[in-house]
Design a protein around this ligand. Structure first.
Ligand code: F6R
Length: 607
């Protein structure tokens, strides 16, 4: 979604801001802009569409002199994606320019109030009230104006602010939307995402809700919500710049699919110690496990589907009932949680608004909370009682791949770890651990054993609809496989529990209707085979995904995808990989913008 950058230093700001905005493009946006301050003059440039248009408009920044500035990519919420609605917004007196991520919930009331006082609005955005409030409260002290303004706002905001009365200074304010300060040598930065900072500095400070910062070329000062100065620790970003670049691949998505063996290894290997799964992060939770009566997993989108896949291992190994709930539903469902409930929250970005709200709701009702998160220092990580990081590295493509597989891997590990602590693991403990450790190799094999996927994509890319079917763990994988197909190739794809077909959906099966049948779980293989025969006899074209030695599938499938043999309880992390590749190549055939699918954002920070 929206992205923010800010810079102050000795070099020209505009090229640095443009470069930072390019690093944030992956988050999804539909307009962009920068405001640069030269002495006491602020110049604003905004465009609809891509950063490339902004580069063209500003001659790659060279037409906008000044060493201090702020920039923004906007994903429209309030008001169409027009130049007027794009950020930065200026105050009527021209003194302030601001960029904003988040949503101001009380903006209509504030807007009426400001209009009554004579302020003129240039846009339809909720953001614009902020800049007029700053003008209204400014009496020669920007920090004071910021505090007074923040006190009037309800909702979420990360703000970047410049004021012509204070050349060389940029201000950053955070409430429920990420904002990170980057510490340079003769320059300082802020951004809503570390990917915009790592080319310049690895030393960062994470702002917390209610905090704001004043940055100049050589100093960073941070204040709490009362205006008192505070001191915060510096964090060093460990991943390198290449991790956020394509490294020779045509798309980030393909690179991230290929990175999965390494990402899953980084997630699993350090946690297998002394012949068991050890989560140092969960020290205080483990003794409480015997009191847990129910586990609820909550998340959105693919992270929710990761929960659907992990449920089977958790339930079967730990013997605790597991519910998987969409965070956007759970937050308003008056959830029945208490101190005997463990809520597991899953989020790659750690900033998904519904997921944060569901976490807070269940926590306030007594649940113990454990977050599975990729982005270090994110809101979900900070709000949960316990956090397990997935260590997938930066995920840039909007469609998650390695984020998802590493989430699933953590759920498998939690299942073994919890079961071990509850003394539920039997003689097969060693075998389970071996399977976990083998996952990176098995994922690599799943990539290598399907060279036919680009050709299959040519066959299926014109289909009007694709049905993904499977049972049990295969159904969980089908859900994610269908979502991948939909979001990047724009084909209509639906996942059905194979046993449900005959309760309605089979009416849609007609001649040449493609059905992608997942058969990687031997315990229900025969049942899925009968469902395949049912759709075949109504004319369907079946692309089956199964393990290599499965001879039974040969007579009923038209085309085949393979995975290596793997314990069905842990198979989703492997079987999703050919489905990700299929979606990728179908989208490529369809000429889609694979890394930035239309209408989607990487991090969904609004409800
Ligand atoms: C799909 C996808 C989304 C996310 C969802 C949750 O490829 O990436 O469905 O899984 O928006 O995002 P996080 O995991 O950041 O909470």
């Amino acid at each position: 979604m929206c992205g923010i950058v800010g810079f102050t230093g000795t070099q020209d700001a505009a090229p640095i801001l443009l470069d930072g905005l390019k690093k944030l493009e992956y988050r999804g946006y539909d307009s962009a802009g920068i405001a640069v301050m030269d002495q006491k003059t602020i110049s604003v440039n905004k465009v609809r569409g891509r950063i490339a248009n902004l580069c063209e408009k500003t001659d790659n920044g060279s037409s906008v002199p000044g060493t201090t500035g702020i920039g923004h990519t906007r994903w429209a919420t309030h008001g169409a994606p027009t130049e007027e609605n794009a950020h930065p917004h200026l105050s009527n007196d021209g003194r302030f320019a601001i960029v904003h991520n988040g949503i101001i919930e009380n903006y209509l009331a504030l807007r009426d109030e400001l209009i009554r006082e004579g302020y003129q609005f240039q846009s339809e955005t909720d953001t614009e009230v902020i800049v007029h409030l700053l003008e209204r409260y400014y009496r020669g002290n920007v920090r004071e104006a910021l505090l007074k303004t923040a006190n009037r706002l309800r909702g979420s905001y990360a703000l970047g602010v410049i004021c012509s009365e204070e050349p060389g200074k940029i201000y950053a304010v955070r409430e429920a939307s990420p904002l990170i300060l980057g510490i340079g040598i003769d320059d300082n930065y802020f951004a809503s995402d570390v990917t915009a900072l790592v080319a310049h500095t690895r030393n960062v400070i994470y702002l917390e809700d209610g905090e704001f910062a004043e940055l100049s070329q050589r100093s960073i000062r941070i204040f709490d919500c009362t205006g008192a100065e505070i001191h915060k620790k510096t964090t060093r970003i460990l991943w390198d710049v290449q991790a956020a670049e394509k490294g020779g691949y045509p798309h980030f998505m393909l690179k991230e699919i290929m990175e999965q063996p390494g990402a899953v290894r980084a997630t699993i290997a350090p946690r297998i110690k002394n012949g068991t799964v050890e989560f140092e992060e969960l020290g205080a939770l483990l003794p409480e496990l015997p009191g847990i009566r129910k586990i609820i997993i909550t998340a959105c989108g693919s992270a929710y589907y990761a929960g659907c896949a992990g449920k089977y291992a958790l339930e079967q190994l730990c013997h605790i009932p597991v519910e998987v709930a969409l965070a956007s539903e759970l937050r308003y469902a008056n959830p029945l949680t208490d101190e005997h409930t463990l809520l597991i929250v899953i989020s790659q970005s750690g900033e998904t608004a519904d997921t944060i709200a569901a976490l807070k709701e269940c926590k306030s009702r007594g649940a113990k909370t454990l977050a599975i998160v990729n982005v270090v220092g994110s809101s979900v990580a900070k709000s949960a009682d316990y956090t397990v990081y997935t260590w997938a590295g930066p995920e840039i493509a909007v469609a998650t791949t390695k984020g998802y597989t590493t989430q699933v891997a953590v759920l498998y590990m939690l299942a073994i770890c919890f079961a071990d602590h509850l003394c539920q693991l039997g003689n097969d403990k060693e075998e389970r651990l071996d399977t976990l450790l083998a996952l990176p190799r098995l994922i690599q094999q799943a990539i290598d054993m399907n060279p036919s996927i680009p050709e299959l994509a040519k066959k299926y890319h014109k289909s009007k609809a694709l049905f993904f079917i499977g049972r049990n763990t295969d159904y969980a994988s089908a859900l994610e496989g269908a979502l991948k197909m939909k979001e990047i190739s724009y084909l209509h794809a639906e996942a059905y529990a194979a046993g449900e077909l005959k309760h309605g959906t089979i009416a849609l099966i007609d001649d040449h209707q493609p059905v992608i049948a997942l058969c990687c779980n031997p315990s229900i293989m025969e049942k899925t085979l009968s469902n395949i025969v049912e759709v075949k006899s109504r004319g369907a074209e079946v692309l089956a995904l199964t393990f290599r030695d499965n001879q039974k599938i040969l007579p009923v499938a038209d085309d085949l995808l393979f995975i290596p043999n793997v314990d069905a309880l842990f198979s989703t992390a492997v079987e999703i990989v050919p489905l990700q590749l299929l979606a990728y190549y179908v989208a490529k055939e369809n000429g889609c913008d694979i890394d930035k699918p239309k209408n989607l954002a990487k991090s969904v920070t609004v409800e």
